[in-house]
Each structure stands twice: as structure tokens, then as C-alpha cells.
Design a binder for this molecule. Sequence first.
Ligand code: GTP
Length: 597
Amino acid sequence: SPLSHIRNFSIVAHIDHGKSTLADRLIQSTNTVADRDMKEQMLDSMDIERERGITIKAQTVRINYTALNGEDYVLNLIDTPGHVDFAYEVSRSMRAVEGSLLVVDSTQGVEAQTLANVYHAIEADHEIVPVLNKIDLPASDCDRVAEQIEDVIGIDATEAIQVSAKTGQGITETLEAIVQKLPAPTGMRDAPLKAMLVDSWYDSYLGVIVLVRIMDGVLKKGERIRMLSNNSVHHVDRIGVFRPEMTVIDALGPGEIGFLTASIKQVRDTRVGDTITHEKKGTEDALPGFKPSQPVVFCGLFPVDSAEFEDLRDAIEKLALNDASFSYEMETSAALGFGFRCGFLGLLHLEVIRDRIEREYNIELITTAPSVIYHVYHKDGSMIELHNPADMPDLTLVSHLEEPRIKATILVPDEYLGDVLKLCQDRRGIQLDLTYAGSRAMVVYDLPLNEVVFDFYDRLKSVTKGYASFDYQMIGYREDKLVKMSILVNDEPVDALSTMVHRDRAEMRGRAMVEKLKDLIPRHMFKIPIQAAIGGKVIARETLSAMRKDVTAKCYGGDATRKRKLLDKQKAGKKKMRRFGKVDIPQEAFISALKMD
Ligand code: GTP
């Protein structure tokens, strides 16, 4: 189709504001899918995935739309991941389209995630069409929310479209706005091929599927392509578009969005944001700003049962095939034996991978404290990246440390503001901004990432009863007084419990940890000292007194079933313990000890 009749867009929204429902509606009202085939949440591929037992990630759809002016348009919607961990992917996919629908629930208003994503859209020079959704609900207040969009985001919302993705009201207006307000893509058909790798995923039948946006030139089936980041060459065996089911076509031209397959074995071999060109007579001019997404949070994953190490290796290798942003290397811990040091984009990413290993591969894991990457400067001026507190060099060699900082944006109803400020202050935050929009406050903090990775999000939710929304971006490294704190149980250091902490907070953190561990570790037949130390100096100490453990003592009389139940429970509890020297430490201790309440 001619460029003037193509519109490429994404939908920016906070979770639950109706992105999927609106997408479904757009697809349905243009008869992209016959009504009888229309399932709820067409863009949400999980159901299809389950049904057919294959992986389809149809997060992109091509819609044919005949506008009220009688002209035929091709509308390409690409979906963007919603979570903070995937900020880089969001910013890349925004560069593949020219406009965004900004969907805001008109009963709720703007949330932090909306803000973060809309800024990516603004940075990508998007034309932005505000859409106020859920107008069928009595609590809908379009005037208030439109005003809030203008105040907080600073874009004109006077022509915001009022929509109910549920009833279909306002859908035609939305389609017309896409055609009338969003710019058509530009690009040269005769120029050398330049395409952006927008996304990629693994399909068990087709191998790796690559989503591309053609900038210049034409891509045809059978051609040989080259990825500019690593000069790897591939033979294109299939080209197509999503309607939303995969439909094979012959070629993709400038401004178009579609997929290719090229017998690529692993998702790791494809990089979001990379430039794809022809092997011969290609462009050397890469799209700007390409950087592979880097893991920022690291932790150790160890099998509870050391006999399961090979199974764990297998699971991790399989998961990594389909997730280029997940890194791993083997690690040996004096306390935990063989395992892996793994890198993640953020905490959610970590939790997703850990849960999949436990659930899909049935391996019980010990997860060590999540850590960020520190820059450790030696006195001779050299610098190393520290991924694991256990690798901290000898202090006599170290001149100083730097830690990663983030800019966090939090939106919260007034009444919880005080608690949020206190939480941020407690986590060594520096307030950058505080503004109001109606009855909500927007606070911006500069925070150390390491203070956010354990439980910041949980704490934020709990102090605000779930009403706060949160988003962050990395802003760089800064020097601070950071030290490694070790934990000794029964005089033996437990390497998996060592953490990096700020010197001024070490005593407090150390005390909190040993107190927690005292509760988490069951009593043994002997006294167990639990200590926190920096270098050789003990900064906190608790003693777990000795006790003969007789769990059935509480049960008077001869209730045999109850007794057996208790014994079974104790046995099950045992399985999740790990022995350190002479002491059994439960699996949960490794994470719980680090949480601060
Ligand atoms: P995630 O997929 O979790 O990111 O959410 P989403 O933004 O895609 O929201 P989704 O479309 O799943 O909608 C969230 C909820 O709001 C669902 O229960 C929808 O049925 C409901 N919903 C969406 N649009 C409307 C609307 O216009 N009116 C009403 N009443 N409910 C709506």
C-alpha cells in the first residue's frame, strides 16, 4: 500500500485501563477477524498458546480500514510491554511507529506507568491521541481526567476521544482519529534495505519469529539479510503479517510492519533495536540508539537438592534460549554448592524466571539476595563491575565504590503522601520534584537501585493500600559509602547471605537481619550465635538458644492423626532446609532475612 495510506501506532496505557479491550474492539469493528472467530482479548496470545500448544505472540496486528472519506487504509498496531523492567523494549518499539493512542481510564486518571510510557512516545516524536475509556461507567469523569492529562503530561486533551471499549461507543471516532491525526510513515522504496528489529520470540514450529518495521527498501522472501550489530547473515524463508493470525505475503515495503523467519535458532541471536539490511548492497547506516538490554539485577539460583543441579542447568539453558535479556553463569558457593549467578532486567523479570523454573521444571530453588552491579575502583585506578558481593576485592586494594541510581516517579493519593515520602527517605532517596494534579501527588525521587530491588514495590503497595503507582528509569552511577556485610551463623560465614549496604545503615540492617534470622532458623540442640560483620568487625549479634525440638509436645493425649500430621509437616519443612556446617537454615531465610519492615 502507498505510504500515505499506512498508519502505524501503539497503545499506551496503565494496567487495567483497557488496552486489550480497545485493541479487540478495533480489530472487531473493522472485521479483521470474522465475528464468530472473535475471542475475547485477541491480542492476548496466552489462550491461543494454550489451545494449540504452540507459542504465538501476536502482539501486533494489521487492520484494514475503510475510512469515512471512502479511502482504504492499513493500520498497524504494535503492542508494547507494560512493565518497568522492559523500559528499553518499550522505547525501541515506540521508534517503530509514528503515533500512540493514550488510553486513560476515565474513572481513574493518569498513573505512573502511563506517564513513563507516554514519555517514551513523546521522545519518539509521536503524535498522541488521548482516549478516555470506560465512559459507560457511572464514575466516569472525562472533564477531570482530560484536565489531569493536560496538567500532568502537558499535552492537549481538549479533543480527547470518549470511548467505551466495552460497548463500542467512540470506536469509529478512534479509527478516524488514527487516520486523520497520526502522520503517515516516510521511507524510500529504492534505497538500500533498512529495517528495525522490533521484537522476536521463539515458536516451536517456525523457530525464531522476528517482528520488523521497514524503514527504507523492500524485503522479499528468499533474500539474504544481515544484522548490523554482529554481521550475522540469514536466509529469509518466510515473510508475513498478523491479521492477527500469521498470514504469509511476498514482500514488505517502506512503512510496513510484519514478520520474517530465517531459520534462526535462538532468540539470543536477535537483538531488539538492531538494524536489518540485505547481505549485499545493504546499508551500513545503523538506526540510532541501539543498545542491547542489559541485566541490572543479579542473584544466585541454587537447587535445594544439590542432585538437581543438572536439571537446573537444563531449565536455565532452555529459558535463556527464548529470553535474550536473561544472563547466567555457573557459580559455586561455599554454603550452597553449585548453582548459577543470573542477571535480570528487574525484579519482576527475576520473579517470572524463578517461578517458571520452580513450576514448569519442578525444581526447588534457593534464591540469594538480589544485588545490583557496583563499580569498584581499585587504588591503581582500574575498575571492576561487581555482580556478586562474594567477589568483593580485598578492602586494602579498593579506593571507592559507585552504585546505580534510578529516577522513580510515584503517583499517589494525597492522604498517603506522607508515608511515601518517609519510605523514599528511608531508602536514601533524594526528592527531585513534588507536584499535585487534583487530589493526587506526583513525587519524583532519585533513589539507589539497591534499595529498591528487595521489597520497595511491596512496601509502597502496602503503605498506600495499593493506590500508588510506580515507575523508574536508570540515571547512572554515583559514589557512596558502600560496604560488604557478611553474615555468620554458628561462626561460619554464609556467603549467600552477604550483601552490599550503605555504611551508615549497616548497623541497622545488620541488626534487622540477625533478628530475622533468629526467628527463621529453628532451634537446634546447641546454642547458635548469629552475627553480622563488616570486614572482621562484628556489628550485630543474636544468639539462638538451644532447645530439644519436640514438635509433638504440644499435643496432649493420644490424638495420633494430629501427631502424624505434625510430624509430616516437620518432614516437609526439613526438605526445604539446607545444612550449613551443623546448622539447618530454611530456604525462605535467604529472601526473608533481607526484607525490611
Ligand atoms: P492488562 O492486559 O492487564 O495490561 O490490562 P489492559 O489495559 O489490557 O486492560 P483490559 O483491556 O484487560 O481491561 C481491564 C478491565 O477493564 C477488564 O475487566 C475489561 O473488561 C474492563 N474494561 C475495559 N474497557 C472497558 C470499558 O470501556 N468499560 C467498562 N465498563 N469496562 C472496561
